[in-house]
Design a binder for this molecule. Structure first.
Ligand code: AMP
Length: 348
C-alpha cells in the first residue's frame, strides 16, 4: 500500500471515529456499533485506538455477557477492576465513590440498578427517581469506564430461590424496620460481584449498615474483593446527599437539617463527658421531635464495628438516625470515637 493511500485510509478512520464518538456522546448503544479500521475489526469497547489516537471513553451496556467481554479484555491487559454499585439518579455522593475508585487506577464499573428485591411491598420501588441519560452523562464526565445498567429481566430472568443473608447485622436499625431489605441488598451485590468479579468495591458510609453487611459477607464467603468505605458527602448546610432528597418539599428539606444537626449535637454532648447511650438517644429523639415534624423511625447508638447494643459509650459508636418527612424516609449517621474526642480536648 502506498503511503498516500495509507494516510487517506487513516484519515477516513479518524473521521469515522469522530462520528462514532459523537454518537457515543449522545446515545451510545453498545450493541449498535461495529468499527472497522484499515480492514480490521476493532472491538467497540476498546478504550484507546492507537491508529486514531482517540480515546473512546464511555461504554455502556445492559447485558451481562457484554460486560463480561469488556472486563475480560481489560483484565487481560492487566487492569484491576473497581465496582461502584448504585441505584442511579446520581449525585455528588455517588461521584465521590467514583473518584475514590479512579484514584486506585482501576478500570471503573458503575452499576445502576433499582433492585426490586430490596424494596418492601409498600415502599417506593416504582416511584424511586430514575434518569438513565442524565446518569450516563454524569458518569461519563466523572470518568467512569463502563456503565452497567441491567434491566430487572437481565438480573432476575427467572424467579429467585437463592438468597444471601448476612444474619445478626441485618436484624437491627434499617434491617429491623425494613424486613428483607438487606437480604435483597446482599443478594444483588453478591450477584454483581459474581458478574463483575471486581478487585475492589466502593460503598458510601451514608449507608453504614449496608457497608458493614457487605464487608462481612465478603469476609464470610472468602470473596477476593477489597470493600472500600467512602465518607458521607453533604450539602453545605449539612444535609446528607441522597437520591430521595428530590422528594422533599422546600419545608421538609429545611426540617431535614435536624438530622445532621442532631449528629453534631451528639458529638458535642459526648465531648462534654456524657457516656450513657440511652440518655444520649433520648436527648436526640427529643431534639428531633421538638425541631421538626419528622416521624422518627429510629434513633440508636450502637457499636460501630458489629452494631451490638451499647450501654456505656467507651468504644467507637455509630449514632444512627432514620426519620420520615412526609413519605420520604431519610437516614443519616456519624461514627464517634470517645478517645479521639478526648484527645482533641487535650490538644485544645
Ligand atoms: P444508592 O444509589 O442510594 O443505592 O447508593 C449507592 C452508593 O452510594 C451506596 O454505597 C451509598 O452508600 C453511596 N452514597 C449514597 N449517598 C451518599 C452520600 N451522601 N455520601 C457518600 N456515599 C453515598
Amino acid at each position: 500500500m502506498s503511503e498516500g493511500s495509507f494516510i487517506k485510509k487513516e484519515l477516513y478512520a479518524k473521521v469515522k471515529l469522530v462520528e462514532l464518538i459523537k454518537r457515543i456522546n449522545t446515545r451510545y448503544r453498545y450493541k449498535d456499533i461495529e468499527l472497522w479500521i484499515l480492514g480490521s475489526k476493532v472491538e467497540p469497547w476498546t478504550s484507546s485506538i492507537d491508529l486514531g489516537r482517540v480515546e473512546i471513553d464511555l461504554k455502556r451496556t445492559s447485558h451481562i455477557s457484554e460486560l463480561r467481554e469488556i472486563l475480560a479484555i481489560e483484565r487481560s491487559r492487566g487492569r484491576k477492576i473497581a465496582l461502584i454499585p448504585t441505584m442511579g439518579y446520581l449525585h455528588q455522593g455517588h461521584l465521590a465513590l467514583v473518584e475514590r475508585a479512579k484514584q486506585t487506577g482501576a478500570f471503573t464499573v458503575l452499576s445502576i440498578f433499582v433492585n426490586p428485591l430490596q424494596f418492601g411491598p409498600h415502599e417506593d420501588y416504582s416511584s424511586y427517581p430514575r434518569d438513565l441519560e442524565r446518569d450516563a452523562h454524569l458518569a461519563e464526565v466523572a470518568g467512569v469506564d463502563v456503565l452497567f445498567h441491567p434491566t430487572s429481566e437481565e438480573m432476575y430472568p427467572w424467579p429467585m430461590v437463592t438468597y444471601v443473608e448476612v444474619c445478626q447485622l441485618d436484624r437491627v436499625l434499617c434491617g429491623a424496620k425494613r424486613p428483607g431489605h438487606f437480604r435483597g441488598v446482599a443478594t444483588v451485590v453478591s450477584k454483581l460481584f459474581h458478574i463483575v468479579q471486581p478487585d475492589s468495591a466502593f460503598f458510601g458510609q451514608k449507608d453504614y449498615q449496608q457497608y458493614l453487611i457487605i464487608q462481612r459477607m465478603v469476609r464470610d464467603l472468602n470473596l477476593p474483593i477489597e470493600v472500600c468505605p467512602v465518607p458521607i458527602v453533604r450539602e453545605q448546610d449539612g444535609l446528607a446527599l441522597s437520591s430521595r432528597n428530590v422528594f422533599l418539599t422546600a419545608e421538609q428539606r429545611q426540617e431535614a437539617l435536624i438530622l445532621s444537626q442532631s449528629l453534631d449535637e451528639a458529638e458535642k454532648i459526648l465531648r462534654a463527658g456524657e457516656r450513657s447511650a440511652r440518655l444520649l438517644e433520648t436527648h436526640l429523639r427529643e431534639k428531633i421531635s421538638r425541631g421538626s415534624q419528622g416521624m422518627i423511625d429510629y434513633v440508636e447508638i450502637r457499636d460501630a464495628q458489629d452494631l451490638s447494643e451499647v450501654i456505656n459509650i467507651e468504644r467507637p459508636v455509630l449514632v444512627a438516625l432514620a426519620v420520615r418527612f412526609g413519605s420520604t424516609r431519610l437516614i443519616d449517621n456519624k461514627v464517634l470515637e470517645v478517645e479521639s474526642l478526648v484527645e482533641n480536648d487535650d490538644e485544645i
